[in-house]
Design a protein around this ligand. Structure first.
Ligand code: SF4
Length: 343
């Protein structure tokens, strides 16, 4: 009988033992996630890396996550991603050169600008954060990190996700007149009004969460009994305003765990996670709000995972340019330190 991919991966994991660690983001498909040693959101997975001793770290997620793992891994470890072209489209909205140009333009006015990058950003952008004394954040710790960043200079440039920035600012009670979205089409457009604000946003969004509109929520709110609405803070602030819970991936998982038996819950985040939660809670009625699947996450398949494991010594490890690594690592370590201090 021919061995299935599942059996081959299981055998390889047994053979490699402690020299292999497979990490997977919650948005991965079931056929991939069943093979991982650690499942989590960006923050949980990043925190896991410094504690890993495995020689091979296989990262089932998108490329910025694997780059983060490389930054936090030791030199003897190889970080492998089953498909190096799995790029997050949100990270792509903030090219490093353009971010550098905007930061320079703000700094030239004499204001101390502190960049705070969502972890969904390139390693080059993270390096700029380290260079300017800023840091990075995830959706799980954005509130803590934005509060920290606001105390570090004259203004914060939050990037690339303006929705996460705005939803977090609203949790911190930052006044609308202190905020502005930067027009990144040319530095000439950084007018005085924009430059006078304390919190500036890069105009990026996640194509998946951006799909959800307030009408989608209003439609299901007409159901009787009224359902619960849980959404990710990458959604538009008008969607978040209608929701019962706005939380990171791990926060949504917790909220579903804690919801009463029999509850009807519509969830506004990536469908792989929503459908997995529905299967895990047969006593609750769980439906996707309609965000759909992340095409970058879907690039990681079981057969690519198998190929990566079989060819682990020939597979190109995820590399980070040595020139940017120290500043990018500094930005990440600042986040881990701030989180440690808060714990
Ligand atoms: S769901 Fe959105 S933010 Fe997350 S990896 Fe996909 S495109 Fe990027």
């Amino acid at each position: 009988m021919t061995e299935t991919n599942f059996q081959k991966i299981t055998a390889l994991r047994e053979h490699l033992g402690a020299s292999l660690a497979i990490l997977g983001h919650h948005y991965q498909s079931d056929e991939v996630i069943r093979h991982v040693d650690f499942q989590g959101d960006s923050l949980e997975l990043a925190r896991r890396i410094p504690r890993l001793e495995a020689r091979y770290i296989v990262f089932c997620g998108v490329s910025f996550m694997a780059e983060t793992a490389t930054l936090l891994a030791t030199s003897g470890q190889s970080v492998l991603i089953p498909d190096p072209t799995a790029h997050c489209c949100m990270a792509g909205t903030a090219p490093t050169a353009k971010v550098a140009q905007i930061l320079e333009a703000i700094a030239k006015t004499g204001r101390k600008v502190v960049p705070l990058a969502y972890v969904n950003s390139s390693v080059g952008v993270k390096a700029l954060c380290g260079q300017y004394g800023g840091s990075v954040c995830t959706s799980a710790n954005a509130k803590i990190m934005l509060r920290w960043a606001m105390g570090q200079g004259d203004c914060v440039l939050f990037l690339p996700d303006k929705n996460l920035g705005m939803n977090t600012a609203s949790l911190l009670g930052i006044a609308p007149q202190d905020q502005a979205v930067v027009d990144v089409r040319g530095t000439a457009r950084l007018d005085e009004t924009t430059l006078s604000r304390k919190l500036l946003y890069w105009p990026g969004v996640c194509a998946i969460h951006f799909r959800l509109k307030p009408e989608d929520v209003r439609l299901v709110l007409e159901d009787d009994p009224r359902p619960l609405i849980f959404v990710h803070p990458e959604c538009d602030p008008d969607v978040v305003a209608l929701a019962d819970v706005s939380a990171s991936t791990s926060g949504i998982i917790r909220a579903v765990d804690e919801a009463p038996s029999g509850a009807t819950i519509y969830i506004g985040t990536e469908d792989n996670l929503v459908l997995r939660l529905a299967r895990r809670h047969p006593n609750k009625h769980i439906y996707p709000l309609g965000a759909g699947y992340c095409s970058a996450m879907l690039k990681i398949t079981e057969s690519k995972l198998l190929d990566t494991l079989e060819n682990r010594d020939r597979h190109q490890p995820v590399l980070v340019e040595p020139g940017v690594a120290p500043n990018a690592r500094k930005a990440l370590e600042t986040m881990l330190d701030v989180m440690e201090a808060e714990a």
